[in-house]
Design a protein around this ligand. Structure first.
Ligand code: SF4
Length: 366
């Protein structure tokens, strides 16, 4: 967004902000109140004028009522008052396509490269020789990519620079039990909200398998297009299909640079993954996070043999999380892999120690 001239800022989170946000909550899933509180804190901290400030929120037809996010964030700001009621809330596409083609193109690569770097970090960090080196390199990588996305250097060069830095991290060749994360978007990749879940798993002796958003998009694209067609939005469905194919071509070029760490590019066949839905009584016209979780679980099993544990990470009051949690026995029975559910309730109460007994003394599954 900055590249195309928008003064875009990233909201900051903290344990304190999460706790304060609970004052706005009357039973909705926590991310809504947290985003609103983060915006309030940021506007105050940076002395912004609320009437000249707009919060970017997602427009989506996903079935967990994510569509209400913009409206509900606005009503939290109105209830809070003190000038914050003047803040605008923008309802934008995840693709950023309505802003511009260039914004869409770069947003996709931000998701792709962010996801690949996160995965590479999870692949190397448990085996690093100098503790903390991987995190330092990831932080440098983020700055390098940021300047490329701002147009200050070519993206190709920036990725090569990042990989050269990653290549310098000293690490040993070893194998730990693999732990795959699934669950809520907001929680899985939010180290503040999930109380440092990835580091806890690594300290307990595991290696984390994370999933980039771009893989998630590829897994669910067929479902999105099917439902778009069923609503009679044919032009939109054709755009979605075209966009998916174009981005895939561009993505291959960047993925190949990460192959050394992440192995061959994973093939995602949504049709094959969707065959597992019937076992959970899910209809191909359903959608939302519980649906996505099933696809994700079987994608992970097919592409990462030897998963020792699944961790389902959710915020409190999340409806699809409860539905998925109700399916965990079935997931365990069908896959033979244990599942631990962690629900973060916005308090200081530490949740992650529940996974430690599952990892201690666990042998590698081949
Ligand atoms: S998936 Fe859960 S936390 Fe995320 S928006 Fe839906 S209800 Fe809220």
């Amino acid at each position: 967004m900055k590249r195309i001239g928008i003064d875009a800022r990233l909201l900051k989170s903290s344990e304190l902000i999460i706790k304060k946000s609970m004052a706005h909550n009357s039973g909705q899933c926590l991310p809504i109140s947290i985003i609103a509180q983060e915006a309030i804190e940021y506007i105050k901290d940076q002395n912004l004028e609320p009437e000249n400030t707009m919060i970017w929120a997602i427009e989506s037809k996903l079935s967990c009522n994510i569509r209400l996010y913009p409206q509900h964030i606005k009503s939290i700001l109105e209830n809070h008052g003190q000038g914050m009621e003047k803040t605008h809330v923008y309802s934008g596409f995840l693709t950023h396509l309505e802003i511009s083609l260039s914004a869409c193109y770069h947003a996709y690569f931000a998701y792709l490269l962010g996801g690949l770097i996160r995965m590479t970090g999870c692949r190397i960090r448990p085996y690093e020789v100098i503790s903390g080196e991987t995190d330092e390199v990831i932080s440098e990588a983020t700055s390098i990519l940021e300047s490329a996305f701002l147009g200050k250097k070519p993206l190709d060069k920036a990725v090569q620079e990042v990989l050269a830095k990653i290549g310098m991290i000293r690490h040993v060749d070893d194998q730990r039990p693999k732990v795959a994360l699934f669950g809520d978007f907001y929680v899985c990749d939010n180290d503040v909200m999930n109380q440092g879940l990835i580091h806890t798993i690594e300290e307990a002796g595991g290696e984390v398998i994370s999933t980039p958003y771009t893989d998630f998009v590829k897994m669910t694209l067929d479902n999105v297009i099917r439902r778009t067609v069923s609503r009679g939005e044919y032009l939109r469905a054709a755009q979605q299909r075209l966009l998916g194919s174009c981005l895939k071509l561009l993505e291959d070029k960047y993925y190949s640079l990460f192959r050394k760490y992440l192995g061959p590019q994973k093939t995602i066949k949504p049709g094959k993954l969707e065959k597992h839905l019937a076992g959970f009584n899910i209809n191909p016209y359903n959608s939302g996070e519980s649906y996505d979780n099933i696809l994700k679980i079987f994608h992970i099993i097919e592409n990462y043999p030897g998963i020792s544990l699944f961790v389902q990470a959710n915020p409190a009051f999340c409806c699809p999380a409860l539905v998925t949690e109700a399916m965990t026995n079935e997931i365990r029975n069908i896959t033979g892999i244990p599942v631990v559910t962690l629900t973060y309730d916005g308090t200081n109460d530490y949740k992650n120690d529940a996974i430690i007994p599952y990892l201690q003394g666990r042998k590698i599954r081949i």
